[in-house]
Design a protein around this ligand. Sequence first.
Ligand code: UD1
Length: 335
Amino acid sequence: MNILVTGGAGFIGSHTVVALAEAGFTPIILDDFSNSEAGVIDGLESILGFRPVTYTENCHNPETLRRIFRDEKIQGIIHFAAFKAVGESMQKPLEYYDNNVGALIVLLKTMQECHIPHLIFSSSCTVYGEPDALPVTEKTPVKPAFSVYGNTKQIGEEILHDTVSAGIPLKIIALRYFNPIGAHPSAAIGELPRGVPNNLVPFITQTAAGLRTSLTVFGDDYPTPDGTCIRDYIHVLDLAEAHVAALSHLMKTTASSYYDIFNIGTGQGVSVMELIKSFERVTGVSLNYSIGPRRSGDVTAVYAGVEKSEKVLGWKATRSMDQALVDAWRWQVKG
Ligand code: UD1
C-alpha cells in the first residue's frame, strides 16, 4: 500500500519512512529539501535496502499533488512538511501560516477531489500551553498559543475537525508529539539542525562533540523538584511507529468521516538536569554547561497521558530515554 510522506526527508519523517517500510507499506517521499539534506535519502537506502521514490517539490501546488497521487496510486498521506522553529515563526508569520496552514488546505482539497481518505497530521503538545494539571490528556483544554508556530498547529487541528464535522469523506488522525529525540541505531539517519540548534538534545550532543563551547540550561528556578523544566522525551523511532499504528487504525475504521487526536509521548516527565545527567552517564562524556536565564515562551512542565493511544491505537513507547541518548550520540559522533 503506497503512502505519501510529505516532509519525508526530515527528522521525524525519515524515521517514519523506515517504520512504514518495516510494517509492509511503501513510503513515497515528497519533500522540497528546504530544511533537509539530500543525503538523508542515501541513509534511508542503506537502512531499507532500496531507494525510496522521492519527489523534490512542495505541497502547495494541487497539480503536483494530483500527479503524484495518480502516478503512485497513493492510498494514504502522512503530512510532516511544515516549518517548526518557534522563534523564526514570530519573525515570519506569513511564511509560517502559508506553509503550515495554506498547504494543509490545498492538501485536504486535493485529497477530497482524488478520493484519498487517510491522513495523519503532525500536531504538537505545544497546543496545551502551560497546563493546569499533569499529565495532559487529549481532554485537557487547549490554551492560547504562545507563538505563530503553535498557532499553526492549533489552526491545523481546527481545520481538520471542521472538515470532518461537515461530513467530508476523510479519515484523519492528528498526533500531538511530545519531545522527539534520538536517531536510528544504525546512525544512517538522525536529526540535522541547521545552524545553532534550538532543541535541547542536539545542543547537548554538539557541545559534547566540541562543536559548541557550552550548553546553557534555561532556568533553574522553576517550581519543579530540581528547578529545571520538565518534558516528555520520546525516541523518534517510537514516535515513528505511532504513525504506523495510527494509519492502520484509520484503515480499519468503517466510518466514512473520522477525526481523532492522540498524545504521542512516553508518559514520563524528565527535567533538563536529569536528561543532562543521563547523557553523561550513558556516554561517559562530561558536558560543559551552566545555568542561564529562563527562555521566553517555555512552559514549566508538560508530559503525556498515554492511556488513549495505548487503548485505541494499541501503541506505546518501548524504548528508554537512555537508548535515545545513546543513539543521538552515535549519530553525532558519526556525523
Ligand atoms: C520546542 C518548542 C515546541 C516545539 C518543539 C519542537 C519552544 C518554546 N517550544 O519544545 O513548540 O513543538 O520544540 O521540537 O521553543 N533547553 C535548555 N537549553 C537549551 C535548549 C533547551 O535548557 O539550549 C531546555 C528548554 O528550556 C526546555 C527543554 O530544554 O525546558 C526542551 O527544550 P526544546 O528541546 O527546545 O523543546 P521544547 O521547548 O519543549
